[in-house]
Design a protein around this ligand. Structure first.
Ligand SMILES: Cc1cc2nc3c(=O)[nH]c(=O)nc-3n(C[C@H](O)[C@H](O)[C@H](O)COP(=O)(O)O)c2cc1C
Length: 237
């Protein structure tokens, strides 16, 4: 799937405007849009995408999550940053679910009493998976910034719920001492669980650690979480 996508991008005319590359394929959501929790026992996973090139793997990640865990056991909602959208035409991909973007946060709220999207999404979710997590959003989370939909969800996150993050960045970014500092905040203070990046030749040609963990690794961690949570629910009735 990711190969298909990269082919699409390489074929595009270098002089195309950003509007031509990323046509708006659905209008922004309005205040009538409802986010309803499924109470049938399915696990509600919030998949958060940020602006790393590894976002191209999102379709594969989603289909593997559904395949390995089963549509009867997991529901996925997708949230993206604006820069992730630029790297991958997420809205054009064949997701069953809406992909929530920054513009929806502001189009869904008109007046007091209207639902606030980032709060509705954090309430809906049983867990979050930030994959890929780029250096910029990692730094923002570590410093408490909340200037877009993704960082607002995470700033408002219920810290008793699991949140996994899979960093993906250039080796030099990964090795920068600031990255270590930010990872430490996420792991030690927020108790988020890191899915360590791997070593390989990155898309920029550099070789070293920084590539997002394999889809298989990410999916098996989420599958184990879903299995454990559902087992606890069965035991507790
Ligand atoms: C083609 C391309 C690939 C990029 N890949 C990465 C990456 O893998 N990891 C990363 O941390 N930043 C990467 N960046 C830089 C981020 O997109 C940039 O820091 C951006 O501000 C991130 O915004 P966001 O965190 O709001 O999504 C890339 C940028 C471009 C243009």
């Amino acid at each position: 799937m990711s190969d298909e996508l990269s082919v699409k991008r390489h074929k595009s005319d270098p002089d195309e405007s950003i509007e031509e590359i990323m046509p708006e394929i659905r209008p922004p959501l309005t205040r009538t849009h409802k986010i309803v929790r499924d109470e049938s026992g399915k696990h509600n996973l919030l998949l958060i995408l940020t602006g790393s090139i590894a976002v191209m793997k999102a379709p594969e990640l989603i289909s593997e999550l559904y395949e390995k865990i089963g549509r009867d056991r997991i529901l996925i909602k997708v949230v993206t940053t604006e820069n992730a959208m630029k790297l991958c035409h997420i809205q054009k991909l064949e997701f069953d679910e809406i992909v929530y973007e920054d513009r929806d946060e502001w189009s869904m709220w008109r007046e007091r009493g209207d639902k606030v999207l980032h709060i509705e999404l954090r309430k809906w979710a049983d867990s979050a998976l930030i994959a890929p997590l780029d250096a910029n959003t990692m730094a923002k989370i570590a410093n408490g910034l909340c200037d877009n939909l993704v960082t607002s969800i995470i700033r408002a996150w219920d810290l008793s719920k699991p949140c996994y993050f899979a960093p993906a960045m250039n080796t030099h970014m990964w090795e920068n001492p600031l990255t270590m500092q930010h990872r430490t905040v996420l792991k030690s203070q927020l108790k988020f669980k890191e899915i360590c990046p791997i070593q390989k030749e990155l898309i920029c040609g550099d070789v070293g650690t920084g590539a997002m963990a394999s889809i298989g690794t990410i999916v098996s961690l989420v599958a184990a979480l879903v299995r454990d949570q559902q087992a606890v629910r069965i035991q507790c009735g």
